[in-house]
Design a protein around this ligand. Structure first.
Ligand SMILES: [Zn+2]
Ligand SMILES: [Zn+2]
Length: 174
């Protein structure tokens, strides 16, 4: 896992990111204050953040009344923590909030405003996970259908896989 005290450069605009200390969560979060306003979480940070989802005041304060550079959200971004290409993923059931995720180290990058938009769409973490879960099942379901045609995956294997997904997504839900 990343050393959270290391200065990192924004994966969207390349500017040096600023660490904001979130007192409730006890974590430093990297924000691109002098560039595009994007926010980067490492895996551990986002998890802590989720546990106290009601307080994002420090974050709001840091970014309020600022204007940020526009970036090309369609461009593939490179994880500033581990140098792996990040993957674009929807974190909203409506599909209008796309974040960049690093499948290697678990870092997640939110463009300016995406996090706040996401939290407005789903007031609680549980709501968001539920929405995400049903969406993920739909996506994975159709991927499995494709796989089945190619590999003749049987039903037993399929339900085993879905059970594993359950564990993955439900383990943190209170
Ligand atoms: Zn930036
Ligand atoms: Zn990474």
């Amino acid at each position: 896992m990343a050393d959270t005290t290391k200065i990192i450069n924004c994966p969207a605009c390349g500017k040096e990111m600023t660490k904001i200390f979130m007192s409730k969560e006890g974590v430093n979060i990297d924000i691109c204050l002098n560039g595009c306003g994007g926010i980067l979480f490492d895996n551990r940070e986002l998890k802590k953040f989720d546990e106290y989802s009601e307080n994002i005041d420090e974050l709001k304060q840091a970014i309020q009344d600022k204007t940020f550079e526009q970036t090309d959200e369609n461009k593939v971004r490179i994880c500033p923590v581990c140098n792996t290409s990040m993957v674009k993923n929807s974190v909203s059931a409506k599909g209008d909030i796309i974040i960049d995720e690093c499948y290697n180290c678990g870092a997640k990058f939110f463009d300016h405003g995406e996090l706040i938009k996401m939290r407005e769409e789903y007031p609680t973490e549980k709501d968001r996970r539920q929405a995400l879960l049903s969406q993920t099942y739909n996506e994975i379901g159709s991927k499995i259908d494709d796989l089945e045609l190619k590999n003749n995956m049987n039903l037993a294997k399929r339900s085993k896989f879905l059970k594993a997904m359950d564990k993955l997504f439900y383990k943190d839900v209170s």
